[in-house]
Ligand binder design. Structure first.
Ligand code: HEM
Length: 269
């Protein structure tokens, strides 16, 4: 019979419901905490454990686990296509940095989500470390998005250009405003839970931070896609209009199937 270590993590998690704590299977000497682990491990699409970090797996594997690699591919499509097209054109000091800052901001934001998604409270050390990575990458994405928005607004001001003249511009302003609120929400529930009435109260709000996070991610990806239809990106740089939407679609296909249902309070009964 195959030993526990030879079985897939999904199989181990699948069987876990039928065991007592003491007879729980171990994976390379680790015994994941039993309670609710089965529920924790069920993603939106796929089998329980399909997008769950193994107890001894490196943090970096969270980025490509399950469908995650599709998101990484999508980020590469956005980053490489924009960098390549910028490199072959004359740079504009108040526009080119916007493209670079915003695409790097999107990369940082998506990596921050990918690194945390496959963790579970059943392996608290991993979850703590991933939460630190999540917070650090989100601080970085905030700084990048803020720099990018500042640059483009300065460009509009200096050149007396109209605001909101494209779908991208309107979406960009709305998305950035939502992002700022979400950064504030995330920062306070994680770093200063006292402002929400204590750690337990703050933790009960994590669910709403997740709902908002996935909704705002969709808004960021819509903004990135719409950028492809701006006069500058499509006409001046000549980027074919399918490129950024393709990158955004790959990110969606990678991230959304990995959503753990139990983290939203949906558990199997
Ligand atoms: C990564 C891909 C992106 C590219 C290639 C890009 C490109 C552009 C271009 C060419 C403009 C000037 C044209 C216009 O105003 O219609 C612009 C404006 C703008 N973008 Fe982006 N952008 C990207 C991502 C983002 C993201 C993710 C945000 C928000 C978080 C954003 C926020 C804005 C804002 C606020 C404006 C100016 C709005 C105004 O005052 O009218 N962009 N972008």
């Amino acid at each position: 019979m195959a030993s526990t270590d030879q079985r897939t993590y999904a199989e181990v998690v699948d069987n876990r419901d039928h065991h007592d704590e003491e007879t729980q299977p171990t994976i390379n000497g680790h015994r994941p905490h039993r309670s609710h682990h089965f529920h924790d491990s069920e993603p939106l699409l796929g089998r329980p454990g399909a997008a769950l970090q193994r107890p001894n797996a490196p943090m970096i594997s969270n980025l490509y686990l399950g469908t995650g690699f599709l998101s990484v591919l999508g980020l590469l499509v956005v980053l490489i296509s924009l960098t390549a097209i910028i490199a072959s054109h004359k740079t504009l000091p108040l526009v080119t940095p916007h493209l670079l800052f915003q695409s790097l901001g999107a990369v940082s934001l998506v990596l921050a989500i990918l690194v945390l998604q496959p963790t579970s409270h059943s392996v608290p050390d991993q979850k703590r470390l991933a939460a630190r990575w999540h917070a650090s990458l989100q601080v970085l994405s905030f700084l990048l998005f803020t720099a990018g928005v500042t640059v483009i607004e300065v460009n509009k001001h200096v050149n007396h250009m109209a605001h909101f003249h494209s779908a991208h511009a309107a979406l960009g302003v709305a998305t950035y405003a939502l992002l700022v609120l979400q950064y504030l929400f995330g920062f306070t529930i994680y770093v200063t839970p006292a402002v929400w009435g204590g750690e337990d109260k703050a933790k009960s709000l994590y669910k709403w931070h997740r709902y908002a996070g996935y909704a705002i991610l969709a808004a960021v990806l819509a903004t990135v896609s719409a950028a492809n239809w701006t006069d500058y990106v499509h006409k001046a740089l000549g980027l074919p209009t399918f490129v950024l939407p393709l990158g955004a679609a790959l990110v969606v296909l990678g991230i959304f199937p990995r959503v753990q249902k139990s983290k939203f309070g949906y558990v199997r009964v």
